[in-house]
Design a protein around this ligand. Structure first.
Ligand code: AHM
Ligand code: MG
Length: 313
């Protein structure tokens, strides 16, 4: 039987490659992995809520179930706190950042606990996104300072994808043993793909260069795919190539996606897989965030496809 490396093995092995490693980062990652499993198990039973009722769901403290995105937020926050490695925790579901009492903690963690949560009711893939920085006097650092970022996709199979040290790896959950197994080592996104992904219903509100690109795409052999769940759309783009777009438009001049929880972690993953991400014309990773819940437009995917869009500016 072939030995399959688990995410836990992998994280610990990576740690051994760093002479100065103290184990602190690995510990944080292992607690995030644990929270991902708890969230996955709840997401997997979300359709049963009307049948078995709220009492079918208990969290670790035995409280009754909350809305799934609030549950995911609590599960991640509690798990990251329990690791004692984070000095700052912030999420799309929290009004302000949580400063923990861990004085020597080295890391700051930002996350979107359940992205695309409007898709839960109709059994469409959703995800969790996280982003890790070193603690700094400045709570909001540029995306380029992320030391790791990742997402968990709750789809037909559950995957944990993360980037650290310029590499992107994917792990698929095996429920029979309760572990994520290395299934996609060193993911490289294709240089060019034939799928574009955008909510075309907003076409009339898009900036002109996006409208021109969409018109151009329709004249090529490109296909349109849009799940409306960013983790799913970006995951497909990462593996198959192409481009995902959530531009600014006249309804939302800054776009919809949040810089700290959605745009920056995905941009780092895509960049480290050899792809490209831009806000309008430059990398979101270079933006100095001005507030926690800041939004930014995003074009992300295969380098050639992103460049094609920029050529219409
Ligand atoms: P959310 O964080 O409230 O779930 O919103 C983000 C989601 C993304 O997953 C997705 O790409 C986008 O909203 C879809 O928005 P729209 O319905 O405008 O196309
Ligand atoms: Mg979100």
């Amino acid at each position: 039987m072939k030995y399959a490396k688990t995410l836990t093995d992998f994280i610990l092995e990576e740690e051994r490659n760093f002479k100065e490693a103290t184990g602190s980062f690995s510990l944080l990652m292992l607690y995030i992995e644990q929270a991902a499993k708890v969230i996955a198990s709840h997401v997997g039973r979300s359709g049963l809520v009307d049948i078995i009722g709220a009492s079918g769901y208990k969290n670790q403290s035995n409280d009754d179930v909350q809305k799934l995105d609030i549950f995911a937020n609590t599960a991640l926050t509690e798990s990251i706190r329990a690791s004692k490695q984070a000095g700052l925790i912030a999420s799309e579901e929290m009004e302000s950042a949580l400063i923990t009492n861990e004085k020597n903690a080295k890391y700051a963690v930002f996350f979107d606990p359940l992205d695309g949560s409007s898709n839960i009711d109709v059994n469409i893939s959703i995800g969790t996104i996280f982003s890790i920085y070193r603690m700094n006097e400045r709570a909001l650092q540029k995306g380029i300072k992320q030391i790791a970022a990742g997402y968990i996709i709750y789809g037909p199979s559950i995957m944990f994808v993360y980037t650290c040290e310029n590499k992107v790896h994917g792990f698929t959950y095996d429920p029979s043993i309760g572990s994520f197994l290395l299934s996609h080592e060193n993911i490289r996104t294709p240089e060019k793909g034939n799928i574009y992904s955008i909510n075309e219903a907003y076409y009339n509100t898009f900036p002109q260069y996006i409208q021109k690109y969409v018109q151009y795409a329709k004249k090529t052999d490109m296909k349109l795919r849009y799940v409306g769940s960013m983790v799913s759309d970006v995951h497909r783009t990462l593996l198959k190539g192409g481009v995902f777009m959530y531009p600014q438009d006249t309804r939302s001049p800054d776009g919809k996606l949040r810089l700290m929880y959605e745009v920056n972690p995905m941009a780092l993953i895509m960049q480290n897989a050899g792809g490209m991400a831009v806000c309008e014309s430059s990398s979101p990773l270079l933006i100095q965030p001005t507030h926690l819940h800041e939004r930014q437009p995003l074009l992300i995917g295969s380098t050639q496809n992103v460049k094609d869009i920029l050529s219409f500016i």
